[in-house]
Design a protein around this ligand. Structure first.
Ligand code: SAM
Ligand code: DTB
Ligand code: SF4
Length: 324
């Protein structure tokens, strides 16, 4: 007599996907979520230390991409005039000022779809100059080919920022001039050149909870996941496609930070754009949720950031220190 073996339902049940795990985290009661995030954070970091990066826009505006959030896109009139790539000396002056003010990393951003090779020569000189000041270096220049990534690595580049921005499904609502796979290809080129990856996204662009889980899952499933994860709250700039978007509820932002911390335990999770609209109390919750990095300095790229004096007072009030 033959016996048909039926596999047990438990053995055949697929393990939950990263996305499902993150969706479950986002749905937790806040105290439970914060506790889990704090626990993970303390396993890998000193919870009183915050990494400090300062941004500079080295080439502003006139960008051919149509990212719906971005005041630098030529598709919108957000009152940001286009300018050419800066000279090297003023960039190094700005880096030195940032270093003297306490920044560890200097991040240079250019409003390009992708850098041209002759522009890359000057950016490589900027990277080498900032490195010589004893700072960590980061650039965000748009799409990159593997040979361009190698060129930047040779100049001393520590981090390349290129965000996935949102979930694969929501992406087309925000950007039509390039696709998700383009972003993944650039990230692979950066990783392949041995540069650390800085990659995150934006919350508050009209996406739903499933999209937030999808973004965080896409980040966490990168192998390895990014060393640095900027979580931006949309800065709704008048004139852009998303200029009328309502502000995100700060508690939803805190939840996203906490889920990012749990999903990427050893990453620096950066409380990025949108901090100016957050109260001290909301920012304190973000730090409790596992954020351990900020952009420091009065401006981001084209929009404003909390004044240095406000951040210094916040650090003092919360007993936070700059990472040593
Ligand atoms: N052009 C390059 C690129 O897109 O890769 C680099 C600069 S771009 C301004 C860097 C990132 O800033 C974007 O990917 C986006 O995540 C973020 N960003 C831009 N505008 C923003 C806004 N209004 N609010 C929040 N984040 C924003
Ligand atoms: C990131 O994720 N946020 C920064 C940085 N990477 C380059 C940029 C935020 C820009 C906010 C809008 C602006 O100032 O133009
Ligand atoms: Fe251009 Fe970057 Fe702005 Fe997109 S986010 S429009 S690529 S500067």
């Amino acid at each position: 007599m033959s016996v048909t073996l039926h596999p047990s339902p438990i053995a055949t049940m697929a393990p939950p996907t990263t996305r499902a795990r993150i969706a479950a985290l986002l749905a937790l009661p806040l105290p439970e979520l914060i506790f889990q995030a704090q626990t993970v954070h303390r396993q890998h970091f000193n919870p009183t230390e915050v990494q400090i990066s300062t941004l500079l826009s080295i080439k502003t505006g006139g960008c051919p991409e149509d990212c719906g959030y971005c005041p630098q896109s030529a598709s919108f009139d957000a009152g940001v005039p286009a300018s050419k790539l800066m000279d090297i000396a003023p960039v190094l002056d700005a880096a030195q000022r940032a270093r003297d003010a306490g920044a560890q990393r200097f991040c240079m951003g250019a409003a390009w779809r992708a850098p041209k090779d002759h522009d890359l020569d000057r950016v490589a000189a900027m990277v080498a100059g900032v490195k010589a000041l004893g700072m960590e270096t980061c650039v965000t220049l748009g799409m990159l080919r593997p040979d361009q990534a190698t060129r930047l690595k040779s100049a001393g580049l520590d981090y390349y920022n290129h965000n996935l921005d949102t979930s694969p499904e929501f992406y087309g609502n925000v950007i039509t001039t390039r696709v998700y796979q383009d972003r993944l290809d650039t990230l692979a080129a950066v990783r392949g050149a041995g540069i650390n990856v800085c990659c995150g996204g934006i919350i508050g662009m009209g996406e739903d909870l499933a999209d937030r889980a999808g973004l965080l899952a896409a980040l966490a499933d990168l192998d390895p996941y990014p060393e640095s994860v900027p979580i931006n709250a949309l800065v709704a700039v008048t004139g852009t496609k998303l200029g009328d978007m309502a502000a995100i509820d700060p508690i939803d932002f805190v939840r996203t930070i906490a889920a990012a911390r749990i999903a990427m335990p050893t990453s620096y999770v950066r409380l990025s754009a949108g901090r100016e609209a957050l109260s001290d109390e909301a920012q304190a919750l973000c730090f409790l949720a596992g954020a351990n990095s900020i952009f420091y300095g009065d401006t981001l790229l084209t929009t404003s950031n909390p004044a240095v004096a406000r951040d210094n007072a916040l650090f003092e009030k919360l007993g936070l220190n700059r990472q040593s």
